[in-house]
Design a protein around this ligand. Structure first.
Ligand code: CAA
Length: 384
């Protein structure tokens, strides 16, 4: 793998880093404290083309590759993890499946405004009774002439409150398991659905997480993504890409926590020395730096494989598994290095740890990533 960035990728890195420093670092603390959606910053992300990074320019996107997306996600999340997930969902879970499975009319009506940031998207797969067992969903989409009638409740929906466009996965044939699942683009302005409970979360408090309530919600047949029965495959392949985004978010959070711990270790004194001069702190810093770089290599490998149109599901699961667990370890160490100050809200260390924790859960728990990796690895070695 060539690790040198192209001129464009380098430019994306610098643009995203300087945007994060100027626009996100100053608001991240308040965004978390007030649980406030960073509206103005999301608008600026749209101006940069960061809400549809890998969408072709013809469909309103920046026309870049998935490595650029991963690089931008790391930088934006290092500035503000809430802004990171808002961006990630719009790119990976909404623009990506519409770009891959949508017809031209769907791309014109939905992908273009989503990639331009004129509307925001959300992705509705999980339900109150089904998370890891995605095919165990209960929401139905029953055909009625030119429409499907949707009934059911979706849970844990990032951007649920703000999104106008929802990529919805539901059973069009409830007798079947995954083969009876279909995918739809639901435009809330036309096919109204309710916003249910707004979750009060441990971290990423600036992004909304809600349930969505569908009660006889009529969605035109023209809004179905792909064919009837394609929905599970669409959802799973969408998550393969989404996991690169979340791995990059975890990496950005870890890097922010590490940097602050490093600075603190050069300022704080104990026993007449800077704490960074003690072996105990140096060991932590060395492990943190090593794990951060290791995670980036896994993420870039998955993104490059996606760009090369190679199989990348296992690689993105590995990247997410390692980066999310790494982020929790790094943020715990960063908090520890800050001592008592790490435990109070005056410093960012506790926020980083709270933000990092979700990356081990959403878009597939660590347990699901291990399952995906193990299944694919074992498949390559038939029994006997
Ligand atoms: N790409 C394409 N197709 C895939 C696929 C993939 N990555 N993975 C599976 N499939 C296909 C299989 O080939 C199979 O198709 P056939 O029957 O035609 O061969 C079909 O899907 C069923 O596959 P499995 O038998 O493997 O299905 P399963 O029921 O055992 O589940 C699972 C597999 C990996 C556990 C899956 O359910 C899963 O990934 N669960 C986790 C779900 C998840 O990540 N949820 C996160 C929600 S999004 C979110 O977090 C919200 C947010 O807003 C941030």
């Amino acid at each position: 793998m060539d690790l040198a960035l192209t001129e464009v990728q380098q430019m994306i890195l610098e643009t995203a880093r300087s945007f994060a420093e100027k626009e996100l670092l100053p608001i991240a603390h308040q965004t978390d404290k007030l649980g406030q959606f960073p509206q103005a910053q999301v608008r600026l992300l749209a101006d940069l083309g960061f809400l549809g990074i890998a969408v072709p320019e013809a469909w309103g996107g920046a026309g870049l590759d998935n490595l650029s997306y991963a690089i931008a996600m790391e930088e934006i999340s290092a500035g503000c993890a809430s802004t990171g997930v808002i961006m990630s969902v719009n790119n990976s879970l909404v623009c990506d499946p519409i770009g891959r499975y949508g017809n031209d009319e769907q791309k014109r009506s939905f992908l273009k405004p989503l990639a331009q940031g004129k509307v925001l998207g959300c992705f509705a797969l999980s339900e109150p009774g089904s998370g890891s067992d995605a095919a165990g969903m209960r929401t139905t989409a029953i055909r009625d002439g030119d429409h499907y009638i949707i009934n059911g409740t979706k849970n844990w929906i990032t951007n649920g409150k703000e999104a106008d466009i929802c990529v919805l996965i539901a059973h069009s044939d409830p007798k079947e398991r995954h083969k009876g699942i279909s995918a739809f683009i639901v435009d809330r302005r036309v096919s109204a659905y309710g916003i249910g409970k707004v979750e009060d979360k441990l971290g990423i408090k600036g992004s909304s997480t809600t349930s969505l309530v569908f009660e006889d919600c009529r969605v035109p047949v023209a809004n179905r993504l792909g064919q009837e029965g394609d929905g599970f495959r669409i959802a799973m392949s969408t998550l393969d890409g989404g996991r690169i985004g979340i791995a990059s978010q975890a990496l950005g959070i870890a890097r922010a926590a590490y940097r602050e711990a490093l600075v603190y270790s050069r300022e704080r004194q104990a026993f007449g020395k800077y704490i960074g001069d003690f072996g105990a702190i140096q060991e932590m810093l060395a492990d943190m730096a090593t794990e951060i770089d290791a995670a980036r290599l896994l993420i870039w490998k998955a993104a490059v494989a996606k760009d090369a149109k190679e199989k990348y599901g296992k690689l993105s699961a590995m990247a997410k598994l390692y980066a999310s667990e790494m982020a929790a370890r790094v943020c715990t160490k960063a908090l520890q290095i800050h001592g008592g100050y790490g435990y109070v809200k005056e410093y960012n260390a506790e926020r980083h740890l709270r933000d990092a924790r979700i990356t081990e859960i959403y878009e597939g728990t660590s347990e699901i990533q291990r399952l995906v990796i193990a299944r694919e690895t074992l498949m390559q070695y038939p029994i006997g």
